[in-house]
Design a protein around this ligand. Structure first.
Ligand code: MN3
Length: 202
């Protein structure tokens, strides 16, 4: 299988003023595309030919010799979910009941979720990601962070939503203000419906 760049699930300017058309033109059209091109280059002869993206991410992670391919595949998976983790008029406390109940029970409610999620994004030193994921061992939601192309999927857990905290995700719109970007992501951008759908399917 050759991996392809997914279309954005909204127009390039749909998240303005929180995330600009210019950011998407670089982040989606150039950064994300480059990870896919590199993954497609490394797959022939790797033994991962024909796998779904999810299976390929897991298989590459389990083989230390495929570290470079894992980073490219992880970036493809993570970016694809990042686009789906946002929506126009998203964010805030209007959360589908199934997910809200789980956030209340496992994370102590929305305010605590927000505080922990922003802290995870802030304390991810250097390039990486912060996540809301379902821990498939404990059955509980958890907030985590990963570096580079790493993803909870590779560790047996189910990602529900993700924020990209690589500088290229926010530098055009927020310059060096990662905390402001994370706050806007939580308050204005999170696609709670998508996260709830992933929880239901888990
Ligand atoms: Mn990125």
């Amino acid at each position: 299988m050759t991996f392809e760049l997914p279309d954005l699930p909204y127009a390039y300017d749909a998240l303005e003023p929180h995330m600009s058309k210019e950011t998407f033109e670089y982040h989606h059209d150039k950064h994300h595309l480059a990870y896919i091109a590199k993954a497609n280059e490394l797959i022939p002869g790797s033994g991962l030919e024909g796998m779904s993206l999810e299976d390929a991410v897991k298989a590459a992670h389990s083989d230390p010799a495929k570290a470079s391919l894992f980073n490219q595949l992880g970036q493809h998976y993570n970016h694809s979910l990042f686009w789906e983790s946002m929506s126009p008029n998203g964010g805030g406390t209007d959360i589908p009941a199934i997910l809200k109940a789980k956030i209340d029970e496992d994370l102590g409610g929305y305010d605590s979720f927000k505080e922990q999620f922003i802290a995870a994004g802030m304390t991810q030193f250097g390039s990486g990601w912060c996540w809301l994921a379902l821990n498939n061992t404990t059955g509980k939601l958890e907030i985590t962070k990963t570096a580079n192309g790493d993803t909870p999927l590779a560790h047996g857990n189910t990602p529900l939503l993700v924020c990209d905290v690589w500088e290229h995700a926010y530098y055009i719109d927020y310059r060096n203000a990662r905390p402001k970007f994370l706050e806007v992501f939580v308050d204005k951008l999170i696609n709670w419906e998508n996260a709830a759908k992933l929880l239901e399917n888990a």
